[in-house]
Design a protein around this ligand. Structure first.
Ligand code: ATP
Ligand code: MG
Length: 225
């Protein structure tokens, strides 16, 4: 950034076992999105190794990375990232156009996925006609179109009230129970109740839960309210 080097992640060394529901906790700026973007093949590390399902992400060329993103990972963004001019149904079916799936099969799959996230009757609504929680459900359905084994979510509940947030986490938890590996980054401690594994980040480094809690309560005392 300008003349300064920002180390968004520094010496991070971690293992995420398959079929777990891992929650990465960290305050704003601690490197959560950076970590998720690296693991999702949306960004490349300056140094270090990333191995997913036995394959080295940091050594893949752009074509291999694009294939990895399409086949292996379902990504859910904090801000939903839905196309505003498209209905919920179109938002879900759109990515399948690039996977060589017939129109009839796309339509059936989209209907089934919208049903799975509880939006069977909302397919024709545009994002602006849906609540935040419903928009995030559409984003979850879209992340599932190519049957990914990995689901990565960046603050999926950040823009939601707590009831909608818990419902989204419940949905992600169901996906974990159906055999997927789920990784969620968040700063919201209420979201850890579904986690099988927890990782704590401070200033781009992995710390223990004790170190993390101490830093969080210190920050709260420094700026009460
Ligand atoms: N493109 C960039 N150029 C320079 N610095 C960046 C860039 N992206 C992120 N950073 C810096 O890297 C660090 C980690 O950012 P990151 O977005 O990963 O944090 P985060 O934990 O996701 O924060 P938030 O909770 O606010 O989303 C921050 O200090 C940030 O300012
Ligand atoms: Mg972030």
């Amino acid at each position: 950034m300008g003349g300064t080097t920002v180390r968004a992640l520094d010496g991070v060394d971690l293992d995420i076992p398959a079929h777990t529901f891992t929650v990465v906790m960290g305050p704003s700026g601690s490197g959560k999105s950076s970590l998720l973007y690296l693991l999702g093949g949306l960004d490349r590390p300056t140094a270090g190794e990333i191995t997913i399902n036995g394959e080295r992400l940091d050594q893949m060329d752009e074509n291999a990375l694009a294939l990895f993103r399409r086949k292996t990972v379902g990504f859910i963004f904090q801000s939903f990232n839905l196309v505003s001019s498209m209905s919920a149904f179109e938002n879900v079916s759109f990515p399948m156009q690039f996977a060589g799936i017939s129109a009839a099969a796309r339509a059936e799959k989209s209907r089934s996925l919208l049903g799975q996230v509880g939006l069977a009757d909302r397919g024709h609504h545009k994002p602006s006609e849906l609540s935040g929680g419903q928009q995030q459900r559409v984003a979850v359905a879209r992340a599932l179109v190519n049957d990914p084994g990995l689901i990565f979510a960046d603050e999926p509940t950040g823009n939601l009230d707590s009831a909608s947030g818990i419902a989204i986490m419940q949905l992600l938890s169901d996906l974990h129970k159906s055999g997927r590996t789920v990784l969620v980054v968040t700063h919201d401690p209420r979201m850890t109740r579904f986690a099988t594994h927890k990782i704590f980040l401070l200033d781009g480094r992995i710390v223990t839960e004790g170190q993390y809690q101490a830093a969080v309560s210190e920050a709260a005392q420094a700026s009460p309210g």
